[in-house]
Design a protein around this ligand. Structure first.
Ligand code: HGA
Length: 608
């Protein structure tokens, strides 16, 4: 989604703004722009309906000692230069914005009535004019922004620069993330720390409703009512080169192959503590013992991780689990039993629908929230009672791979911890379940070694327009995930189904043209899946079978088969995910799509 970067210094800030935007490109965007202010009233903006590289060319030779920059993922108004940010308020204010202003229409009408002229179709432009209008009253940029914010309904992270105020930038947030970066003699802000990593690792996360006055030598944070807030900076330990592509062709490829390491890192503490509840926080033991039910809320791939975990948790603990899509949950009259544990899953911890769903869950019951998240200090982790940080490292490819696999690992650990806290399994069974975890990185490595065969499969699939994915038990959500990957990056229409659902509809689609990708595991009712395969074969469907050893009976007469070198027991959902990622990746490469930034999609969905 949109990226925001701001900087104020004694030197030219343009190179750092452009480098920051480039580091946010992975989030997905359609246009970009920058506003610069210098001494002596210099005040200009440069915008393009295209990439940061194009903006860099157009901005060649420009300079300023303060500036704000933006990559836009359009929500209101087509991607165009006129709609690109920054937006100009009156003649003296410029604004970049991430989020949606829901009451922009009445605000626009009232501003037009007051004589303002709009030059874009965006919701954002109202913010710029409102700040300008308030500035006429107070003459102070901070006061003007503070007076504007209560007039806005919706979500925002904004950066504001004033023509006549050469010593400061103002920024504010509500519902969209913003982080301040502290330098020496220069200060920064951005929607994502990735933008700031080469400049500083000392940061302050703005909280909901706060705004900041950013000057060369200081930053001052204020709450919405104008009270000063004292904040201590944190030093973050992300390596600046974590976002580099290195030897790989795409970030997605790099991230697929980083999965064994990501799993090792994610599991380290859990294994040290033998999956004790404390892995999730000091109070987790009491919460785990008493919770009557579990509600998992998530979006996209994280939702598939939640669906998989339901099989583990219910089987090992007997605690009822329901799994919900955040954007549906937040708008229905759900009821939460007292003590319900809500598990909120998000790579970024900034997913707008998920944050709203969690807040709505809190309004409807005395619940506890466990965040499973890949970004420390994100809004989700800050608002949760218990936290498990997946250690996937920065994920840049829009299609989730290592974030998803580490979410699965975290959920598996959660199931085991819950069983431990509730004494719902005999010790030997617990030990057996925990005993699989140290083997996981190697099992993942072995699955990745199947790449050459999957590349050959991808060659065939790249000519198809549709695909079905089938699985049962924990492999049913993995079939959903495999289908999602293929549609996201290879633009092939794909559906995932539970094997048993085949004859309730999708079988009607099966003929020689239909590839059917089947995931089979020893613990995933293989006998029943075998019947589903025969149903497909009888209609001429091309079956591509990916199986654990022990499922050989299914391979009879199928079009293509790949078998993992060894069984992964209850972790088959994880190991069978990797071939599906590689299949989607190589199919997309064959088709020549923009693998890391698939069309119309964005990383970190910070708008509704
Ligand atoms: N609503 C604004 C900003 C969109 C955004 O935050 N995208 O991630 C616009 O459409 O310009």
């Amino acid at each position: 989604m949109c990226g925001i970067v701001g900087a104020i210094s004694d030197r030219n800030v343009l190179p750092m703004l452009l480098a920051g935007l480039a580091r946010l490109e992975y989030r997905g965007y359609d246009s970009s722009g920058v506003a610069l202010g210098g001494a002596g009233g210099d005040f200009r903006r440069i915008r393009v309906a295209g990439r940061v590289a194009e903006l860099t060319e157009r901005a060649d030779g420009a300079s300023g000692t303060r500036g704000i920059a933006h990559t836009r993922w359009a929500t209101h108004g087509v991607p165009s230069e006129a709609n690109a940010h920054p937006h100009l308020g009156g003649d003296s204010v410029m604004v970049v914005h991430n989020g949606i202003i829901e009451n922009h229409q009445p605000l626009r009408e009232s501003l037009i009535a007051r004589g303002y002229t709009f030059t874009s179709e965006t919701d954002t432009e109202v913010i710029a004019h409102l700040v300008h209008a308030e500035l006429q009253k107070t003459g102070d940029l901070l006061a003007a922004v503070r007076a504007t914010l209560p007039q806005l309904h919706g979500a925002y992270a904004i950066g504001v620069i004033g023509r006549d105020d050469p010593n400061r930038l103002i920024c504010a947030r509500l519902g969209s993330p913003l982080v301040l970066g502290l330098g020496f003699g220069e200060q920064y802000f951005a929607s994502d720390i990735a933008a700031l990593l080469p400049l500083t690792q000392r940061v302050i996360y703005l909280e909901e409703g706060e705004l900041a006055d950013v000057r060369r030598d200081s930053v001052q944070v204020f709450s919405a009512d104008g009270t000063k807030v004292e904040r201590t900076a944190r030093t973050i330990d992300v390596q600046p080169d974590a976002a580099e592509l290195g030897q790989y062709r795409h970030y997605m490829q790099k991230e697929i192959f980083e999965q064994p390491t990501a799993l090792t890192n994610t599991l380290q503490r859990a294994l040290e503590l033998n999956c004790a509840p404390e892995v999730f926080g000091p109070t987790a033991g009491a919460v785990f013992q008493s919770t009557p039910a579990i509600r998992i809320i998530a979006c996209g791939s994280s939702y598939h991780a939640g669906l998989t975990a339901r099989y583990w948790i219910e089987e090992w603990t007997g605690v009822p689990v329901s799994v919900e899509i955040a954007s549906e949950y937040r708008y229905r009259q759900n009821i939460e039993a007292d003590g319900t544990l809500v598990i909120a899953i998000s790579q970024s911890g900034e997913t707008a629908d998920l944050l709203a769903a969690v807040r709505s869950a809190r309004e409807r019951g005395a619940i506890k929230v466990l965040a499973l998240c890949n970004v420390p200090h994100s809004t989700l982790t800050r608002e949760s009672d218990l936290v498990f940080l997946t250690q996937a490292g920065i994920e840049i490819g829009v299609a989730s791979t290592k974030a998803f696999i580490t979410q699965l690992a975290a959920l598996y650990v959660f199931g085991v911890s819950l069983a431990r806290a509730r004494v719902s399994l005999p010790d030997e069974k617990l030990e057996e379940l925990i005993g699989w975890l140290p083997k996981l990185p190697l099992l993942a490595q072995e699955a990745l070694a199947l790449e050459p065969e999957l590349e050959a499969w991808a060659h065939e699939l790249s000519h198809d327009h549709n695909a079905l994915f089938l699985g049962r038990h924990t492999l049913f959500p993995i079939a959903l995930e495999g289908a999602l990957k293929l549609k996201e990056i290879a633009y092939i229409h794909a559906e995932g189904y539970a094997g048993g659902e085949l004859k309730h509809g999708p079988l009607a689609l099966v003929d020689e043209e239909m590839p059917v990708i089947v995931c089979a595991g020893k613990e995933a009712v293989p006998d029943k899946l075998a019947s589903n395969l025969r149903e497909v074969q009888a209609r001429g469907g091309r079956v591509y079978l990916i199986a654990e050893p022990g499922c050989e009976a299914l391979a009879d007469g199928v079009h293509r088969v790949l078998t993992l070198p060894q069984s992964s027991g209850p972790l088959a959902a994880l190991t069978l995910t990797l071939p599906l990622q590689l299949l989607a990746y190589h199919t997309a490469c064959r088709k020549g799509t923009d693998v890391d930034k698939p069309r119309n999609l964005a990383k970190s969905v910070t708008v509704e």
